[in-house]
Design a protein around this ligand. Structure first.
Ligand SMILES: [Zn+2]
Length: 175
């Protein structure tokens, strides 16, 4: 009901605030129980450089699948919040941060995540051993600090490759 009232209000207010209201409404849209579209689109680089980083319907569909099949089950298992450091990256943002052109972040299929108040190694292991994924990468994680680095995980509707590896830190063999 509250959302409906907000929407009605946004359609009745003058043009500039209506626009702001609409952005807020979209930004608060849930992709799944614990994850929002705004979390996927948020980027300090995009804000600083004035880059529009809004997802398309196709991107949203992909991000929803990632939430449903990977992020929500992991969140449920640990009972801890999962922070999305970087989710969707539109073409301009991806180029601005020097990401590879084939990055699954560009499709909304990938997220860089951390287990808040927990171990990123535990998060990595749980996904690897229990959930479907396309690529799972321990990025800049180190053996003796469970909060260092982050976990990159991607999911696609068809043809998940289940590739798990590490870059820039401890070897995945440690996990
Ligand atoms: Zn990533």
């Amino acid at each position: 009901m509250w959302k409906l009232l907000q929407w009605i209000k946004s359609t009745l207010t003058p043009k500039t605030s209506a626009k702001r209201g609409k952005q807020k409404e979209n930004g608060e849209m849930r992709l799944s129980k614990h994850f929002t579209q705004a979390e996927f689109e948020k980027s300090q680089t995009a804000i600083r450089k004035g880059i529009n980083n809004r997802m398309t319907a196709e991107n949203i569909k992909n991000a929803k699948a990632l939430c449903e099949h990977v992020l929500e089950p992991a969140r449920e298992h640990f009972g801890l919040p999962i922070a999305i450091n970087s989710g969707y990256r539109g073409d301009r943002l991806n180029r601005a941060i020097g990401g590879v052109n084939t990055s699954q972040h560009k499709k909304g299929e990938a997220a860089d995540i951390e287990l808040v108040g927990g171990s990123n190694w535990d998060l990595f292991r749980f996904i690897r051993d229990n959930l479907p994924y396309d690529q799972l990468i321990a990025e800049y994680m180190v053996n003796d600090d469970p909060r260092a680095g982050w976990v990159h995980v991607s999911y696609r509707a068809i043809g998940n490759r289940e590739m798990a590896f590490s870059i820039g830190g401890a070897d995945v063999g440690f996990a």
